[in-house]
Design a protein around this ligand. Structure first.
Ligand SMILES: Cc1ncc(COP(=O)(O)O)c(C=O)c1O
Length: 363
């Protein structure tokens, strides 16, 4: 006998989150996955040791408040543990924020295109997504966003640098935006790619939080710290907001292994920073190579680059696929390529030269 379980109204209209594709195998070529903005390096030995050491305790629940990690992060940023809420990745914290702040029918604003989870999380929480188109350069149109705030707008996501375009928001522009937005609207500054952002004028979430209580900052251990598979992210906000996030969070979603890995990563500061520095310089090398190949690449403050290939997206994407490189393809819009190890990046540049010739022939 089969039974059909009815699902809540509207669920069939919500898109499922799409994971970055795996590379298609090609004979004679090492595959590279550059489709999820992951750290291409394996975990540091000290982090693996910390995780292995915590395995013997996994018959116990983890610390609900992740107190040791909270103390270390508080110390790093000059805040208190009461300013920090954790989740299984910063995407889970983003979901907590929407659940804690919006009532059904309230609006959640974000630039579009940006991180694909924002509209999904908003809709799942019963809120209405308010996407505001990016500028032609791929940045947030902060004027348009401020002008689009309605009495129902409760939460605004600013993604700095923006995924997938890599555009950086300057401190001055975000200050102006915060002055223009009502102070009872929560502004989330999602800094998933913070460590790769070397823009001299960038907005810095924690600085803005110190001056504006309606700012909450999202950080993750998935990108620069290379812990995407362990799921660990956090918010920095006012104690009142943080207490609210704790109420809507799934209890114990942040495992003891993740907490230990996070602590060990904070202790490995210099080693991790060296890797980050290499990735930043590789990003610059790939950016210059893509430009030289004639591809429409945007400056980026993150560990990925955006190719504005528009109607040529499918042809360029096919070249990556045929050469065992998985990238994130946005049909008819563009392609996001994560910065990988030097050999992966060399392959990207080879493909770029071919793609550049292909595009040239079509003009
Ligand atoms: C802008 C942005 N925010 C948040 C996340 C979520 O990261 P995680 O849930 O792994 O912390 C991502 C992941 O790609 C991202 O690009």
């Amino acid at each position: 006998m089969t039974t059909t379980i009815g699902q809540r109204a509207g669920l069939d209209t919500i898109p499922a989150y799409r994971q970055g594709a795996a590379p298609k195998p090609v004979d004679g070529l090492a595959p590279f996955k550059l489709s999820s903005n992951e750290n291409p390096y394996p975990p540091l030995p000290s982090v693996m040791e910390a995780v292995a050491g915590a395995v013997s305790g996994i018959h116990r629940y983890p610390s609900l408040a992740a107190d040791a990690l909270a103390a270390a992060i508080a110390d790093e940023w000059g805040i208190t543990a009461g300013n920090i809420a954790f989740g299984a990745g910063s995407v889970e914290v983003a979901s907590q924020i929407i659940h804690a702040v919006t009532n059904p029918g309230d609006q959640v604003m974000f630039a579009w295109r940006s991180f694909e989870a924002y509209p999904i999380l908003a809709t799942v929480a019963g809120a209405e997504p308010q996407p505001i188109p990016l500028t032609p350069e791929g940045g947030h149109d902060l004027q348009a966003m401020a002008a689009a705030v309605t009495p129902r707008t409760r939460v605004i996501f600013l993604c700095n640098p923006n995924n997938p375009t890599g555009a950086v928001l300057t401190a001055a522009a975000v200050e102006r935006f915060l002055d223009a937005v009502p102070s009872d609207v929560l502004v989330v500054i999602d800094e998933a790619y913070l460590h790769f952002n070397d823009h001299p004028e960038t907005a810095v979430g924690v600085d803005l939080f110190r001056r504006h209580p309606n700012v909450v900052v999202l950080h993750t251990f998935s990108k620069a710290y290379g812990l995407a598979g362990l799921r660990l992210g956090y918010a920095i906000g006012t104690p009142e907001l943080i207490a609210g996030l704790g109420k809507v969070a799934i209890p114990f979603a942040v495992t003891a292994l993740a907490q230990e890995a996070g602590l060990a990563s904070l202790r490995a500061g210099k080693e991790l920073q060296d890797r980050i520095d290499v990735l930043i310089s590789e990003r610059q090398r790939v950016y210059s190579g893509l430009l030289a190949a004639g591809l429409p690449v945007r400056p980026s403050g993150a560990n990925f680059l955006w190719l504005d290939t528009g109607i040529h997206t499918a042809e360029v994407a096919a070249l990556f696929e045929a050469n065992a490189i998985a990238v994130r393809v946005f049909p008819t819009e563009g392609i996001r390529v994560s910065v990988g190890t030097a050999d992966a990046n060399d392959r990207v540049l080879e493909i770029a030269r071919r793609a550049g010739r292909l595009l040239l022939r079509q003009h």
